[in-house]
Write a protein that binds this ligand. Sequence first.
Ligand code: TYM
Length: 329
Amino acid sequence: MKTVVSGIRPTGQLHLGNYFGALKNFVKMQHDARCYFFIADYHSLTTHPDPEHLHGNVQNALAEYLAAGLDPEVATIYVQSDLPQTAELSLLLSMHAYIGELERTASFKEKVRKHPENVNAGLLCYPVLMASDILIHRADFVPVGKDQEQHLEMTRKFARRFNTIYGVDYFPESMPYNFGQELTKVPGLDGSGKMGKSEGNGIYLADTDEVIRKKVMKAVTDQGPTEPNQPMAEPIANIFTIMKIVSPEDTYRFFLDKYNACEIRYGDMKKQLAEDIIKVVTPIRDRIAEIKSRQGYLHEVVTAGAERARLSADETMRAVREIMGIKPF
Ligand code: TYM
């Protein structure tokens, strides 16, 4: 049986990017693989969240995971910091991670550019910790969005390097996964770039119908094509990309044909897109509030999850320590 691992930082509510980039894939895979899903609270510390809010954010993320269809009966769901073995593996792997390659990571460079006042060592070592999350369970597949592709490449590099240095065949080549398709990048509706919390352009699984309609109707558009089959400007291509992900195939085709025939009415397209997003979000949103109120249940889920995750993590750490020469007297 294949092993699948993935995680999401508890930085607020889940948006369509998280859902279609990663979570929906987990949910589809959970019955056919050994699945581990965790809330990456260690990773979120790089941006110094208020300690007063961190735990609430973790609870929120957990409730949203469960509402989106993760089943704790079949998947192991835990909080990253409940598995300190991950931190130990990160320390050990960091001995073979080179400063130069860490500094060249795209996500690190972007953080340095955006927040020059907070270039901490945790940020630099972020890919090592992420590799540890994945390798602690020796994952075959990692469902993630396109923005995590480079982190997965680095995970494979660290795994290969470990195997080569110690002459073992211990860590697998963990592959990013999206059902045989290209990894997904859900764009924002503000003209360019991806949908993200820090981009401030998220459509959240917990948004009300009204909020969703407002956000979609505000999407950036242009004057419309002036000749048949004209290439799309980025903001228009982004609306089509979201429609392709969210709406039925024939709806997407209908508006694409209209665009290609220069008959597109963006207002109609946005109205349809908003309704299709609402269809996806409604059943999840309804469950979020209900699950959030069941504190006892949330506690049970992560306690049992951490226990199960520990079995796999302890086995890996025993082997890694042995391979690296750390032996009991
Ligand atoms: P995070 O918390 O930023 O995002 C969680 C997941 O959502 C995906 N995602 C998107 N996918 C497509 N389009 C978007 N606009 C979009 N925005 C977010 C991300 O690709 C991700 O899969 N480093 C990770 C968390 C992490 C992790 C791991 C993931 C830590 N350890 C081990 C997998 C395995 C992160 O910051 O994701």
